[in-house]
Unconditional design. Structure first.
Length: 505
């Protein structure tokens, strides 16, 4: 089909506008790349042979971890967590991508590590003779005391915001304890009492040692299945379990969440929390320990500890939020809107959600310094061209963005045959403009690459931030901060894979 002069002029203007204005945006920071795989009941095997050299060669480091309130979780569409953020910083300093393998069964964490599913295990791990026989542990990230968690008030006193958490499940027992009669103030008062722990808890040994000290038996019951320590704290708050033992910093968070809990007394000496690596990975262990020692001289460890273990307000916001994804399966209040319009693109709505998070973090009033506004960050002229009257209105903004994305689909549909590759060109063009992406294609072709393969084109898009290549004779749209669109594509697609594991369609 032949385009008329008006249509040609419109396309040219659009290419210029989007190419120039988009590449004026502030570059995105580097983020970790997540891939999620749920593993359970992994048998213990001899550790595979893979150390730092092989990790560098592969270009990525994989962490096996649980999904919990401080190690690793998704909140309002963003991957977060104390250990997650530390490991993302480590991976960045190492110059490799970070991948996460979620292990839902705590017993399978070290076996999955040795099997080669990961290179590091991160799960608020406390080294003890049992797990030290299976893996090697890094220097301490922090130290914490073992503390008794018990109920001081009935469930009705748990506090505002706990209503959903306090509802018993269909298989939960009816509590049979006299709450007021069981408050423990001294470790010796645990003699003759039952304490429930997760399977393979490091605090089993703590209680055995305590029983020897007080010359009285403590009945330790390891709860079967995949019940973690935080779930046991919730059961204590409900009155279904009398006592459990947790790390003090985590227990204090649960005490802030469930105001009917008492976190006392301390039951033993402070213990270190660390990461685990395979016993045959000495280079990785040495590098991690050097990195931890180096970061102790900076604010990083302390600031992240404050963020996840000390800041009660932010913790309570997360655990009571409708958008703590592991609990609710929701990303944002705009999920229905994104589901509605993604159909027009024939996209999985979680892909559009990942783009919306990348653009605005689901904030409809977000505005970039370059003037892009709204949930999907439309520039004023782009919004006008696609019929948006109010960029701050989420529905109007998304509708305009969808029209722009459909235009990009049609544009690249004639130029990139492979559907998966085409998506990357569409996303990059939304961010940086078609003109800059086509410049990178021309550079790719000129210097021997494949202009229909995003990896090749992305390399030359990065080169457009240099004087040498932004002034090359095949370049028509000049300088562009190529790192931003390259990161943009990577982050959206990685987050999309992440969302697919935790958010239903």
């Amino acid at each position: 089909m032949r385009l008329g002069p008006g249509a040609v002029l419109f396309i040219f203007i659009l290419l210029v506008i989007v190419s120039i204005t988009s590449c004026g945006r502030k570059p995105a920071s580097l983020e970790a790349v997540d891939y999620i795989d749920r593993r359970t009941n992994v048998p213990l095997v001899e550790p595979i042979a893979r150390d730092l050299a092989q990790i560098r060669e592969r270009g990525s480091i994989t962490v096996v971890a649980p999904y919990n309130s401080t190690t690793y979780f998704i909140y309002q569409g963003e991957p977060l967590g104390y250990e997650y953020e530390l490991l993302a910083a480590f991976a960045k300093d190492l110059g490799v991508a970070l991948k996460i393998v979620v292990v839902t069964d705590p017993k399978s964490l070290i076996p999955a590590l040795n099997e080669g599913e990961g290179d590091i295990a991160a799960a608020r791990l406390i080294p003890n003779p049992d797990n030290q026989a299976k893996a090697t542990f890094t220097d301490a990230l922090y130290h914490t005391d073992p503390v008794l968690v018990q109920q001081d008030e009935p469930p009705s006193e748990a506090g505002k915001g706990t209503e959903q958490a306090m509802k018993p499940g269909p298989a939960d027992p009816v509590p049979e304890v006299d709450i007021q009669a069981r408050l423990i103030t001294k470790p010796a008062q645990l003699a003759g009492r039952r304490v429930d722990l997760p399977e393979q808890s490091p605090f089993r040994r703590t209680l055995i040692e305590l029983a020897d000290e007080i010359s009285g038996e403590i009945y330790v019951v390891e709860v079967g299945g995949e019940i973690p320590d935080e779930a046991l704290a919730q059961k204590v708050a409900r009155g279904e379990v009398q006592f459990t033992v947790m790390q003090n910093n985590l227990a204090e968070l649960k005490e802030a969440e469930f105001k009917n809990l008492k976190v006392r007394p301390i039951l033993g000496h402070a213990q270190k929390v660390a990461w685990a690596v395979r016993k045959n990975s000495p280079e990785l262990l040495a590098t991690l320990n050097s990195w931890i020692a180096e970061k102790r001289k900076t604010p990083l460890l302390n600031s992240l500890y404050q963020k996840y273990f000390v800041d009660r307000r932010r913790y309570l916001e997360r655990v009571t939020s409708e958008y703590l994804t592991s609990t609710t399966g929701k990303l944002s209040e705009y999920d229905p809107l994104l589901k509605q319009y993604a159909v027009e693109l024939n996209w999985d709505w979680r892909l559009l959600a990942s783009q919306a998070f990348q653009e605005s973090r689901f904030k409809p009033a977000a505005r970039s310094w370059a003037g892009a506004t709204g949930l999907l960050q439309l520039m004023p002229r782009t919004a006008k061209e696609f019929g948006v009257t109010n960029v701050l209105d989420p529905a109007d903004n998304v509708q305009g963005a969808i029209k722009f994305l459909k235009w990009l689909q049609q544009y690249w549909g004639k130029r990139i045959e492979d559907e998966n590759e085409r998506l990357k060109f569409i996303l990059a063009s939304y961010n940086a403009g078609v003109g800059h992406v086509e410049d990178a294609q021309r550079l790719t072709e000129k210097y021997g690459g494949n202009p229909e393969v995003w990896e090749d084109v992305a390399y030359w898009l990065l080169q457009k931030s240099t004087q040498q290549y932004s002034s090359d004779d095949v370049v028509k749209f000049g300088f562009c901060r190529g790192l931003e669109p390259v990161n943009y594509v990577n982050h959206i697609l990685a987050r999309f894979e992440h969302y697919k594991q935790f958010v239903v369609t």
